[in-house]
Design a protein around this ligand. Structure first.
Ligand code: GAP
Length: 403
């Protein structure tokens, strides 16, 4: 297997459009810079990324509380956190605030300035008290959120890398001040584990300690996890020690129920961009090799992340007995069980394999004439191209074990 770095971004962008992963936003009107629309396979990829994250960081833990806060927030939130004063980038020597401003309310006297949130984090901080009152968690505990954020980036570029509308997956982990170093190290490990679990090429990940002058205004220590993109080694995800900056600014605190002490917890924040995760996964998965004298492009996604887990085909589409069998005995039950299953009977079998390889489908199941007599099907492996015959009764388990 050989990876081609030449024009890799062009190849990925074109594959994403051609195969229904990701389209330029508002394309028929000339586009809107920094926005992308996700097609059927792209949505599936993104959902798998988010589900895997939520499972690891929320469902599999006992100390995490999920939240889905409103994107529109009272502008006092952003005044209190310093975003109105500091969330800026330089443009022609001047500071330019990159929060997207909007107006809420219809009647003139009721109109209020609001901002589309530039990070999901504040949706968690402003619900810190609600969460503590509802669930009575003991320190350390965390809050987690996945959602859209908006930034009026001066120069959106590099496909999904720098957009004006994107999604974040963030944890705010609340600890006692003296424990911050311990949990910073702990979360570094958790972040690396997840990256490996979803299938990011770990040989392309590098940790960068961000120097004082370059850190966000709220952070006392930040590590960026950088990825080697074709356009350079740049930030993928970040880990920040936000101290008690946010809770203090929102005038929030925590009462230790055993001791009765009032303290302001300190915060460790692992943050992940969903879109950069998708980009890193596409770049990690893209491979080219030669099959039957032709160059084949395929996405080596892990089965848990692949938009389609398996494709089902009758060997010949003009043989009703094969079509009927494939449809009722294979496709329908697998579709009901796994959802991410597609029917593909277009063109010859070689073409179908190439099409599935290109979108990263790990297994292609084919019903042929032997199936009708021995109730077995061929299952072809995307990466090796090898086929094995599997008894139909074992098919669901075979797939389940790989997810
Ligand atoms: N709450 C902390 C925070 O928002 P950030 O480093 O500004 O930190 C977090 O953003 C993550 O969001 C980044 O690590 C990156 O994955 C993603 N991200 C940031 N800006 C982005 C943009 N313009 N387009 C796509 N993803 C972006």
């Amino acid at each position: 297997m050989e990876k081609k770095e030449n024009n890799l971004m062009e190849k990925i962008v074109s594959l994403c459009k051609r195969r229904g992963f990701i389209f330029p936003g508002s394309e028929i009107y000339g586009g809107l810079a920094g926005t992308y629309d996700w097609g059927h396979f792209g949505v599936a990829l993104k959902n798998n990324i988010k589900q895997s994250w939520w499972k690891k960081f929320v469902d599999n833990r006992r100390d995490m509380y999920g939240i889905d806060a409103a994107i529109l927030m009272n502008s006092k939130v952003w005044e209190a956190t310093g975003h109105v004063a500091n969330f800026a980038d330089s443009l022609d020597g001047k500071q330019f605030n990159t929060m997207l401003k909007t107006e809420v309310g219809a009647k003139k006297e009721e109109v209020a300035v609001s901002y589309l949130r530039p990070e999901t984090a504040q949706g968690m901080f402003v619900n810190f008290k609600n969460t503590v009152d509802a669930f009575h968690p003991k320190l350390p505990f965390g809050m987690a959120q996945i959602g859209k954020v908006f930034r009026n980036e001066i120069a959106p570029r590099d496909f999904l890398f720098r957009q004006r509308e994107f999604e974040q997956m963030e944890v705010e982990y609340f600890t006692k001040e003296e424990d911050w170093g311990k949990y910073f190290e702990y979360w570094k490990g958790e972040m690396l584990d997840w990256m490996e679990e979803v299938g990011i090429d770990m040989s392309k990940i590098h940790e960068l300690e961000i120097p004082d002058k370059d850190r966000a205004h709220y952070s006392s220590r930040t590590i960026d996890f950088e990825f080697e993109y074709p356009f350079g080694q740049k930030e993928l995800f970040g880990l920040a020690y936000r101290t008690d900056f946010d809770l203090k600014n929102h005038k929030l605190d925590y009462i230790d129920e055993e001791k009765g002490d009032k303290i302001i917890p300190h915060v460790i924040e692992p943050t992940f961009g969903v879109d950069r995760a998708a980009l890193a996964l596409l770049l990690s998965a893209y491979c080219e090799d030669e099959k039957g004298g032709e160059v084949r492009a395929y996405l080596k996604f892990k089965p848990s992340i692949a938009p389609v887990i398996c494709a089902v085909s009758p060997l010949l589409k003009n043989k009703p007995e094969l079509v009927e069998y494939a449809n009722t005995k294979i496709f329908a039950p697998l579709k009901a069980e796994f959802g991410r299953v597609i029917w593909d009977d277009n063109g010859n079998i070689g073409k179908r394999y190439r099409r599935q390889d290109e979108i990263g489908t790990p297994f292609c199941i084919v019903v042929d004439f032997d199936t009708l007599t021995d109730d077995t099907v061929t299952v072809r492996d995307r990466d090796t191209g090898e086929q094995e015959r599997i008894k139909i009764e074992n098919l669901k388990n075979y797939i389940r074990e790989k997810i």
